[in-house]
Design a protein. Structure first.
Length: 215
């Protein structure tokens, strides 16, 4: 018999940790100087990246981590370092990777990178989301079909993300360029805090794994 309580908990947890609404400000800042088709392309790639990453780790996560010999804390530290680099650029007002220019075609590819890093990974499919789907897939259940709720949670989170990002410009349109840049610096500060928290959590996790006292 399907465990609805497990399903509701799994889907709610995945949705909360992916946090689609929380990504909207970062998306708006990172894609400020892009055209509408470019933004739509970024949204599609970010959602596809999130779906693939979470789906792959839901199915193969335990074997991937065991095969490469790394741990969730190490993954959190790596994700935190990546995020901090992006946050540093946002705080300085540098978005050379997202600014629309007339330069060569390679730069379009560089702008597209924000769909994968940092939007897809680690803002949407971050260490927390990956850990969450792995935990629920490893959880004991009476009916194997209950594990489908994990994929349902991923799908719901991605669909909501897709909808919110497509309407992100309506939220930020009234702010203007100066307002958006100000929000960008605030978001950079928040992103830096998230990055540091990832790193701190990772360090604490490593210390616990090796039995190192924290105080």
């Amino acid at each position: 018999m399907v465990d609805l309580a497990f399903g509701a908990t799994a889907m709610a947890s995945i949705f909360a940790i992916v946090d689609p609404l929380g990504v909207v400000p970062f998306f708006s800042v990172l894609t400020e100087d892009m055209t509408l088709p470019q933004k739509q392309n970024i949204i599609s790639k970010a959602c596809l990246t999130t779906t693939i990453i979470l789906g792959v780790f839901a199915v193969f996560g335990q074997w991937i981590f065991a095969g490469f010999g790394f741990t969730i804390p190490a993954f959190k530290i790596a994700g935190g370092i990546i995020l901090f680099g992006v946050a540093f650029e946002m705080l300085r007002g540098e978005r050379s990777r997202t600014r629309l220019t007339q330069q060569e075609r390679e730069e379009a590819l560089e702008r597209d990178e924000v769909a994968v890093v940092p939007l897809g990974i680690p803002l949407l499919a971050g260490p927390g989301a990956i850990t969450t789907v792995m935990i629920y897939m490893a959880a004991p259940v009476a009916d194997p079909a209950d594990k489908l709720f994990v994929f349902g949670g991923i799908l719901v989170a991605v669909l909501v993300t897709y909808f919110l990002l497509h309407n992100a410009d309506r939220i930020f349109r009234r702010l203007g360029r100066a307002g958006t840049r100000a929000v960008g610096r605030v978001m950079g500060l928040l992103l830096a805090a998230i990055a540091v928290q990832f790193i701190v959590d990772g360090v604490i996790g490593v210390a616990k794994l090796h039995g190192i006292p924290l105080v």
